[in-house]
Structure formats: C-alpha cells, structure tokens
Design a protein around this ligand. Structure first.
Ligand code: PEP
Ligand code: MN
Length: 351
C-alpha cells in the first residue's frame, strides 16, 4: 500500500490529538467547546455532523447546519476540523465547508458496499482520511476499507482503533482487543494508528488509563470526545469530558521511546531466543510422545479425546503456572492450543 505522511500537527512528538464533542449540537456548544480546546493547545477539532444511531430516537446530527458552525470554528480558532462521513453526499458537503480531515465510522467500515461508494466519492481528494475499525474484530474488513480508499488514490490514510462490540457485559463499552490494532500495525507498519479511548471506555474514568495504554502500545494519535457540558450532551454523555480534564489527561501521559536498543536489551533478547528454542524443542518432543499415544489408541480402538484427561491437564497446568507467576488463565489457553495440535496429529495417525 502506497502511503504518504498524514502531516498532522503533533504527530512527530506523539500523540497527535483530535478532540471535540461527539455531536455538534448548537452553535453555542460548539463554539464554547472549541474556544476552550484551542486555548489548551488542541490543534484538531472533531465534531459529529451526521450521527449513526444504534437506538431509535437518538440524535441523528444537524447535517449542513452543523457544518456552518464547524467552519466557524476553523475560521475563529485556526484549528483544523474533522468529521465522520458515511455517504458520498456527506463527502461532498463536508468538502464544501472546508473539512480538513474526514473519518469513516465503525458501522460504515463494516459495510463494504458503503465503503466502495465512499471511496468513489473520495477519488482525487488529497486530505487525511482516518478509518475506524469495523464493529466486529475483523481485521480483513478493516484492511479492505483502507485498501479500497488507497486504490482510488487516497494516500494520506490513518486508522482509528475504537474497540469492538461484544454481547457480553464488561467494564468497557467496546472491548479494546489490543492485539487487533497491533496486528494491523504488523501488516501495515507505515500506517498511523490513533486510539479512541472515549468509545472504547464509554466512561469518563477509563479515558486516562486507555490513553496511556495506547501510547505504550506505540500508537500515534488520540481522538477524544470533549464537551463543554458533558452531562447535558445529546449523545455519548457518559464518556465525554470537559476540555480542562482533557488537558490534564494529556499532560499526564508518559511517552516511552519507541525504539531503544541498548546492549542490555540485546543480551536479554538473546536469552529469550535461547529459551524459545528450548520451548520449541520441548514442544516437538511432546508431540512425538502424543503421536506414540495416537498409535496406541489406534491399536486399542480407543477414542482420541479423553475428556477427563484433558480437563485434568488444563486444571493442573493452570495451577502449576499460577505457582510460577504465570496466570492460570494464560497457561490454560496455551495448553488448549497444544492439546488441539496433539488431537490433530493423532487424527492423522488414525486415518
Ligand atoms: C463517533 O466518533 O462519535 C462515533 C459515532 O464513533 P464510532 O463510529 O466509533 O461508533
Ligand atoms: Mn460518540
């Protein structure tokens, strides 16, 4: 994928920051929030002009009327302005009002028809486009949307990690599943990734920790919902923070250097390589014994999976792991995988 730098203010030092309300509600709300954010050094203002609603009756956004106020923010404060677009009509209007950055929402990324239509309307448009992850943890779908835009010539691309919907209740509104953006970074190392702690957390008190985590995972930017009066917000009230709190959170973030390669770390990494080799040799040995057991089971017409034995292994290894300062849950996961491979190998023998 051919990419060009986003060139956003703050990007070199990490993080670049987009901040502003979930939804553009009134002229007063937008201008008050924007002035206060600009005052605190924020350089990019976000505001939802068209809102994808998941519940009937929710606020759908003011559309063009809100664009007038966004433009006013740009003219008065000098901040860049950013909004979500979901259709070619949105793109046309957003550009007409001087939008500097556009992003594709999670629900849109999940729909390849919508992405195709958006891409067609963005042909020849040279502004940064940020693509949120799809609502489900489907990396291919995320990459597909990025590629689709890149194919029509959008080179100033970035990704936004906003977490993933999950039926089960948890502290988060959307599960972070950090391994997904990390895998995206492995596939597209030059693509800047920005974290959206507001939609991941869904709660004000989780934002600071999520910001720090995002920075520790090496992410480049943050997009955070900020509102002059969060409790009265027309959408996502629980997760929005006042500009003062945002500013405090940002100043408390510690940026740890991305690439430090000292002598010490090299020596430690050599040790890790050695230990990994041991682990692999031991695993191979274990599989060899498993194949012998497979032969035995075949000769004696025994079933491959003996549930009681399987449970015993998971439980015992979990306990052993916990005694050795490795979480039981992690060890059980590893042994589930090992067991799966053993079963596969024994099936080969049964054939
Ligand atoms: C938003 O940014 O306000 C929004 C609707 O986010 P998402 O697409 O991540 O749900
Ligand atoms: Mn929102």
């Amino acid at each position: 994928m051919e990419l060009k730098p986003l060139n956003l203010p703050g990007q070199k030092e990490r993080p670049f920051v987009l901040a502003g309300p979930c939804s553009v509600e009134t002229e007063e709300q937008v201008m008050t929030t924007a002035r206060s954010l600009a005052d605190k050094g924020i350089k990019i203002f976000r505001g939802g002009v068209w809102k994808p609603r998941t519940k009937p009756g929710g606020f759908e956004g003011h559309g063009e009327k809100a664009l007038v106020w966004m433009k006013q923010v740009k003219e008065e404060t000098g901040m860049m302005i950013a909004t979500e677009v979901a259709t070619p009509e949105h793109v046309e209007l957003a550009l007409k009002y001087g939008m500097d950055i556009l992003w594709v929402g999670a629900r849109t990324t999940a729909n390849s028809f919508a992405v195709e239509a958006l891409a067609a309307s963005l042909k020849g448009v040279d502004i940064p486009i940020l693509v949120k992850n799809p609502v489900t943890p489907d990396l291919d779908l995320w990459i597909n949307a990025l590629e689709c835009l890149n194919n029509v010539g959008v080179k100033r691309l970035g990704a936004i990690h906003r977490g993933f919907s999950c039926y089960e209740k948890s502290v988060y509104r959307n599960q972070p599943m950090w391994h997904v953006p990390i895998e995206l970074h492995r596939c597209l190392p030059d693509l800047p990734i920005c974290c959206d702690p507001s939609h991941i957390g869904g709660r004000r008190d989780l934002i600071a920790t999520l910001c720090q985590q995002a920075m520790d995972f090496g992410m480049d930017g943050l997009i955070i919902e900020s509102h002059c009066n969060p409790d009265e917000a027309w959408s996502d009230a629980k997760q929005q923070i006042i500009p003062e709190v945002l500013s405090e959170i940002l100043s408390n973030i510690t940026i740890r250097d991305k690439v430090v390669s000292t002598e010490n770390i090299m020596a430690l990494r050599k040790q890790i390589d050695k230990i990994d080799n041991h682990l692999l040799e031991l695993l191979a040995k274990r599989m060899e014994v498993c194949r012998e057991i497979g032969q035995y089971k075949k000769d004696h017409s025994m079933a491959i999976v003996q549930t009681s034995r399987y449970n015993e292994i998971l439980e015992k290894r979990g306990e052993q792991g916990a005694q050795m300062e490795v979480s039981a849950e992690c060890i059980q996961k590893i042994f589930e995988q090992i067991h799966q491979e053993s079963v596969r190998q024994q099936f080969e023998i049964m054939k």
